[in-house]
Write a protein that binds this ligand. Structure first.
Ligand code: FES
Length: 146
């Protein structure tokens, strides 16, 4: 069956939806992620020998756990920050290898240094810090806590 015949067999509505899937979206304002509350009472450990922690074996790598981004920065130190962005509370903060290693939210482009201090202003909103957490290494156990 030819593409044209296939679309015709689906009917006009379905054919339009398949042909123009971005008619109601695909703008810069489309976001992935979820609006969530910032975690409270953070205090947990990670076994660095576990498969889940594999990304922490490399400088610049990070993992997500309990709405916290845990990263091994470019100098090999462990840092942790809230995964919840201070701009509009999307859970999209990640660690990226830019400017010596920063926390970054791709929803609207907020950037934060490793102390959580904002490096830019988004949509003329006053920039606010993201929460950062303490890290403590004991052998192969990494503790993340407030
Ligand atoms: S929610 Fe993170 S930049 Fe807007």
């Amino acid at each position: 069956m030819e593409r044209k015949e296939f679309l015709k067999s689906l009917g006009a509505g379905a054919a339009f939806a398949l042909t123009f899937p971005c008619v109601h979206g695909c703008s810069k304002d489309d976001v992935t992620g979820t609006i969530v509350e910032e975690p409270t009472g953070v205090d947990f450990t990670i076994d660095l020998t576990s498969a889940e922690a594999n990304n922490l074996s490399t400088n610049g790598g990070f993992i997500l756990q309990n709405l916290v981004v845990i990263a091994k920065n470019l100098q090999g130190e462990f840092v942790a920050a809230s995964q919840v962005c201070s701009h509009e509370s999307y859970d999209q903060v990640r660690f990226v290898n830019q400017d010596g290693g920063i926390f970054y939210c791709d929803v609207h482009g907020s950037r934060f240094d490793q102390d959580g201090i904002p490096l830019n202003q988004v949509d003329s909103n006053p920039a606010k810090a993201i929460k950062v957490y303490n890290t403590e290494l004991d052998g192969t156990t990494l503790r993340i806590f407030e």
